[in-house]
Design a protein. Structure first.
Length: 228
């Protein structure tokens, strides 16, 4: 079984993003880019200009996580700027299905994000409109937070919903991911892991990312072997 690692540049040095991404390019499968507007979450990060610049700086797919108001309006446009996958929060969307379809019509992949307090069940029926579901294991807005272990059953619920619908979509987890929590998330069914400070704050980001990914893959393989 394969786990994809998406290092989050929220924990990188913003003054030299291209270099920071290059440091993890041999272990990363995606580059996780957090876009925040200081309205949906109490933080302001980067926007279209930086996304466009990152697209020129790396060959890796850009995994955009939009923590913004009115994603219905803004999400599809990020595909033209170079995003491979655009994930938006269901709590902020007026019409998540139409927004997902708009992203896909632009040639991108669409992801549905859920804050810790947002249940999955009301949205299970629309998962087929998406290419990925993102379960937040911290409150969105800031990096370096502690993993909320109470979200593990929600990850397992999402994996079960994906299986019940016979969908071929990714299950991503974001928040407090390190080597230990990556194992727990993989055991619950996650196959895409977002890691920020555990990677970029390490003395050797590449080695840190490789250790996280290897530990998670071992757990995911064990889970598959058990038939869970």
């Amino acid at each position: 079984m394969t786990v994809q690692l998406a290092p989050s540049i929220l924990s990188a040095d913003f003054s030299r993003l291209a270099e920071e991404v290059a440091r993890v390019s041999t272990v990363a499968d995606l580059v996780h880019v957090d876009v925040m507007d200081n309205h949906f979450v109490p933080n302001l990060t980067l926007g279209p200009v930086v996304v466009e610049s990152l697209r020129r700086a790396t060959h890796l797919p850009l995994d955009l996580h939009l923590m913004i108001e009115d994603p219905d309006r803004w999400a599809p446009g990020y595909v033209a700027l170079g995003a491979s996958l655009v994930t938006f929060h269901v709590e902020a969307a007026r019409d998540p299905v139409q927004t997902a379809r708009a992203i896909r019509s632009e040639g991108g992949r669409a992801g549905l994000a859920l804050k810790p307090g947002t249940p999955l069940a009301p949205y299970a029926d629309i998962l087929r409109e998406f290419d990925m579901v993102l379960v937040m294991t911290v409150e969105p807005g800031f990096g370096g937070q502690s993993f909320i272990a109470e979200m593990l059953p929600k990850i397992a619920e999402a994996r079960a919903a994906i299986a019940a619908l016979d969908l071929d979509i990714w299950l991503e987890v974001d928040g407090g991911i390190n080597e230990e929590t990556a194992v727990r998330c993989a055991e619950a069914g996650a196959d895409v892991l977002v890691a920020g400070s555990a990677v970029f704050d390490a003395a050797d980001p590449e080695a840190a990312g490789r250790a996280i990914k290897a530990a998670a893959e071992l757990a995911l393989s064990a889970r598959a072997g058990s038939g869970a």
